[in-house]
Write a protein that binds this ligand. Structure first.
Ligand SMILES: [Zn+2]
Length: 274
């Protein structure tokens, strides 16, 4: 399909771009024994949960921009996520230089500028994709322009490699320190705060927590001011993270089941097992 590339704005043949990398879908469907290719897509916005193997993708980018996304972000980050045969980032993080410990968490500096760059680039590319177009056909609310214009400009400049860092953007990468027995993925969700936005998404074993905008509480600036990459890695249990409890409670009590999930629930209620 020919059109205008949403990132570089040049007329080009457009590639089918995924919101979340195709390789994450592939890994989750292979890794979840007994679940076949079913992925439960949790949606905290409209309080629903659906089984979905429909991959969110759109004609968005030209080949050259898509290649930038793969080479600088995905290709470096995805091999490190939790997989059935191991979790490389969980092993690597133990050798990173610690910044501080709390009861539940250990914060680490990135091991080198390149790793910090690859994770920031990956996170910025996912956040940018969310807000660059409308993904509401894929079970999430309307997303176009959900990220403030100022941050989107910072992301675009950075993704095109015109700037070294995305302006006013801070990233914490939470790495599960427990066995990842339920590999899952969540689409980016945005929380609006005065003067900045909090963007959160996850891939198996890793949760990305990004703060974007010029007006942050002083604590954020203080923590990040000693590290010019604006990236930290945090080892902790993702199961004890408040968001995980939200998800579990949500599934148990609140989810408005839709589609196949609803049908399966009905089967269980009718006492049938298949
Ligand atoms: Zn392009």
């Amino acid at each position: 399909m020919n059109g205008i590339c949403t990132l570089c704005t040049k007329p080009a043949k457009l590639i089918d771009s995924h919101l979340m990398p195709k390789s994450v879908y592939r890994s989750i469907s292979k890794g979840s024994a007994g679940h076949g290719q079913n992925i439960v897509l949790i949606n905290g916005f409209n309080r629903s949960a659906v089984y979905s193997d429909k991959q969110a993708k759109k004609h968005l980018l030209c080949e050259s921009c898509e290649l930038k996304f793969s080479m600088n972000g995905e290709d470096k980050v995805i091999p490190l996520m939790a997989r059935p045969n191991g979790f490389k980032l969980a092993t690597k993080i133990k050798k990173f230089k610690p910044l501080f410990h709390t009861e539940d968490e250990i914060w680490y500096f990135p091991p080198n500028d390149e790793t910090a760059f690859n994770f920031m680039y990956f996170a910025a590319s996912i956040a940018w994709r969310l807000s660059a177009t409308d993904w509401s056909g894929f079970g999430i609310p309307e997303t176009k322009n959900s990220i403030h214009k100022e941050s989107m400009t910072a992301f675009s400049d950075y993704l095109l490699r015109n700037t070294e860092h995305p302006t006013n953007t801070y990233l914490a990468i939470y790495v599960d320190n427990q066995i990842v027995d339920t590999p899952s993925m969540s689409f980016p969700a945005i929380k609006n705060h005065e003067g900045h936005q909090h963007i959160v998404f996850s891939i198996p074993g890793i949760k990305f927590s990004m703060l974007a905008g010029s007006d942050h509480t002083s604590g954020v600036r203080e923590i990040f001011s000693i590290n010019k990459s604006n990236v930290y890695f945090v080892s902790r249990s993702l199961k004890s993270h408040p968001d995980y409890h939200f998800m579990v409670n949500f599934l148990k009590h609140e989810a408005v089941a839709k589609g196949r999930l609803l049908k399966e629930r009905e089967k269980i209620h009718n006492g049938r097992i298949n």
